[in-house]
Design a protein around this ligand. Structure first.
Ligand code: PLP
Length: 387
C-alpha cells in the first residue's frame, strides 16, 4: 500500500488533524520501552500510571477543571454516548433536549433512544445556525434527564451560548452536556465559568491520534458506566488504558493551550483571506453560518449551481482536501442535516463545501486553493448550465 503522501493542501481539519511531531515524540517511549501495565504494583507499571496522571493534568488544564473530573475514553462518540446514557440511568428520566444540528454521535444516538420509548425535543436553529437559549429553557420539562447542545458546529463552526445554556440547566436542576469536540485549540474552554456537567473532546481534532478522547464529568455528578470491567478510571470505565494515546492526548492538550495565544490569530487571518477571496472572485457564492459567532478556522461556503461532490473530486485532483458535511456522513446522498436545519434548500445544501484550517496551514496553501477554485467552479458550471 502507498503510504507516502504527495504534496497535499489539507483544508479538512474539522474532519481530523495531523498528529503533531511533539505528540508523536511523547508517545514513542510508551509504544516501545515503557510497556508496563499501569495497574501493576511494580515500578515498571507504576511509572506508566504516573504518565497517565500527568496526561490527566494536562487535559484538565486545557478544560479548566480538576484532573479527577477527566474520564478518558476512546473517542468523541464514546464521550457523547456515555454522557447521555449516564444521565438517563442516574436520573431515571426519559426526556432529552438537543438540537437538529448536532453531530451524528448525538443525533443518531438520540434518534435510537426515541425508538425505545425515550422522548427527544429537537431544537431548531435560525438561518445563521444560532440557537436561542430561551428555546432550551422552554423545552425543559420535569422528566428531562439531560440537555445536550454542541459548543461549536463541525460543519459551519457556529458557536452556541453554552455558558448561558448551562446556567439555565443549573437553575432548572437538569443535567447539561456539551459536545466540545471541535473546540480545543480553536476557542478557550473554562469549566470554572461554564457550568456544564459533562463535556466531550476527541484527540484527533487537535493533533493527537485518532481513537482517544475524554469526557469531563463534574465533581458530584452521578455517573453510570458505559464499559464495565476492571477498576481503571476510578472504576468508571473498565479496560486497560491506551497509554501511548493518553500520553499523546495530554501533550496535544498542552499544544492546544499554546496555540490559542500564538497560532490562532494567524489561522483566522488565513481563513478570512480564503473566504473573502472566494466570495470576491467566484460569483454566486455565500457563507453559511453566522460569520461573527463561529470558530476562527472554519468556512462553509455555498457555490450556486454546483454539486459539492464534483467540486471535491476536482479539488482532489489538484491535491486539495476539503469536505461537504461531516466526514461521518460521507457517502450519504442526503444534503447536510445542519445546512437543511438552517433553512438552505436542497440544491444550496448540496453545493456547499467546508474548508477548515489548522496551525499547519500556510499562506501557500491558501494561494493554491485560490489558484484552483475559480477555474474549477467555472468548468463545472459550464458543464451543467443552469436551466
Ligand atoms: N462531535 C463532533 C462535533 C465532531 O465533529 C465529531 C467528529 O467528527 C465527533 C463528535 C465524533 O468524534 P470521534 O470521531 O472522535 O468519535
Amino acid at each position: 500500500m502507498e503510504t507516502q503522501r504527495r504534496d497535499i493542501v489539507y483544508l479538512d481539519n474539522n474532519a481530523t488533524t495531523r498528529v503533531a511531531p511533539e505528540v508523536f515524540e511523547a508517545m514513542v517511549p510508551y509504544l516501545t520501552d515503557l510497556y508496563g501495565n499501569p495497574s501493576s504494583v511494580y515500578s515498571f507499571g507504576a511509572d506508566v500510571a504516573k504518565a497517565i496522571a500527568a496526561a490527566r493534568e494536562q487535559v484538565a488544564a486545557l478544560l479548566g477543571c480538576e484532573p479527577d473530573e477527566i474520564l478518558f475514553t476512546s473517542c468523541g462518540t464514546e464521550s457523547d454516548n456515555t454522557a447521555i446514557n449516564a444521565a438517563l440511568r442516574t436520573t431515571g428520566r426519559r426526556h432529552i433536549v438537543t438540537t437538529r444540528v448536532e453531530h451524528s454521535a448525538i443525533v443518531k444516538h438520540a434518534a435510537s433512544l426515541e425508538k425505545t420509548g425515550h422522548r427527544v425535543t429537537w431544537l431548531d436553529v435560525d438561518p445563521g445556525g444560532l440557537l436561542d437559549p430561551a428555546q432550551v429553557e422552554r423545552a425543559i420539562r420535569p422528566e428531562t434527564a439531560i440537555v445536550s447542545v454542541m459548543w461549536a458546529n463541525n460543519e459551519t463552526g457556529v458557536l452556541f451560548p453554552v455558558e448561558e445554556i448551562a446556567a439555565i440547566c443549573k437553575a432548572k436542576k437538569v443535567l447539561c452536556h456539551t459536545d466540545a469536540v471541535q473546540v480545543p485549540g480553536k476557542a478557550p474552554i473554562d469549566l470554572a465559568r461554564c457550568g456544564a456537567d459533562f463535556l466531550s473532546i476527541s484527540g484527533h481534532k487537535f493533533h493527537a491520534p485518532k481513537g482517544v478522547g475524554a469526557l469531563f464529568v463534574r465533581k458530584g455528578t452521578r455517573f453510570a458506566n458505559q464499559i464495565i470491567g476492571g477498576a481503571q478510571e476510578k472504576g468508571r470505565r473498565g479496560g486497560t488504558e491506551n497509554v501511548p494515546y493518553l500520553v499523546g492526548l495530554g501533550r496535544a492538550a498542552e499544544l492546544a493551550i499554546d496555540s490559542l495565544g500564538h497560532e490562532l490569530p494567524r489561522v483566522r487571518a488565513l481563513r478570512d483571506r480564503l473566504e473573502e477571496a472566494i466570495l470576491a472572485r467566484i460569483p454566486d457564492t455565500r457563507v453559511n453560518g453566522d460569520r461573527d459567532r463561529r470558530l476562527p478556522n472554519t468556512s462553509n461556503i455555498s457555490f450556486a449551481n454546483i454539486e459539492a461532490e464534483s467540486l471535491l473530486l476536482e479539488l482532489d485532483a489538484h491535491g486539495i482536501c476539503a469536505s461537504s458535511g461531516s466526514a461521518c456522513t460521507t457517502g450519504s446522498l442526503d444534503p447536510s442535516h445542519v445546512l437543511t436545519a438552517m433553512g438552505l434548500d436542497s440544491p444550496a445544501a448540496r453545493g456547499s463545501i467546508r474548508f477548515s484550517l489548522s496551525d499547519y496551514n500556510t499562506d501557500a496553501d491558501v494561494d493554491r486553493a485560490l489558484d484552483a477554485l475559480p477555474a474549477i467552479v467555472q468548468k463545472l458550471r459550464a458543464a451543467h448550465p443552469r436551466p
